[in-house]
Design a protein around this ligand. Structure first.
Ligand SMILES: [Zn+2]
Length: 131
């Protein structure tokens, strides 16, 4: 292998690594947006609980409202936990590649961003031709 080939391979490795990092950043960004929306929902749910409690105490409202609010908050907190887990997992996932062109793909990609091949049946767990 010539020095030039070695140089080109190295440059390609660096480009692939950068693409991998980019995909991670994209996935983390999506999860962060979900987390933000969820935080908003949780804040609203607490607000509703406060309002339900106020009505309960002041006007002798039903305690069913309180229980419903608590159940909703529990559900949202569980969802939040799942998103936090998913964010931690992104960094651990192995990269996937298009079998048609070798482009690294986002884990939720439906089509290859480079060649447009549908992703469902064309992914490899490792880069084609590297093992
Ligand atoms: Zn492709």
């Amino acid at each position: 292998m010539s020095t030039f080939d070695r140089f080109m391979n190295k440059a390609k490795d660096i480009a692939d690594l950068a693409a991998h990092k980019t995909n991670e950043v994209v996935e983390i960004s999506k999860l962060k947006i979900q987390a933000l929306k969820l935080n908003n929902s949780i804040a609203k749910a607490y607000e509703e609980l406060g309002s339900a409690y106020y009505n309960h105490v002041k006007f002798n409202g039903s305690s069913e409202m309180l229980h419903n609010c608590v159940a909703e908050i529990d559900r949202l907190l569980k969802e939040q936990e799942a998103i936090n887990d998913a964010m931690q997992e992104v960094g651990k996932q192995p990269a996937i590649y298009c079998s048609a062109c070798g482009q690294e793909l986002a884990h939720d990609a439906v089509y290859c961003s480079r060649c447009g091949s549908p992703v469902s049946h064309v992914i490899y767990a490792t880069k084609p031709g590297q093992d």
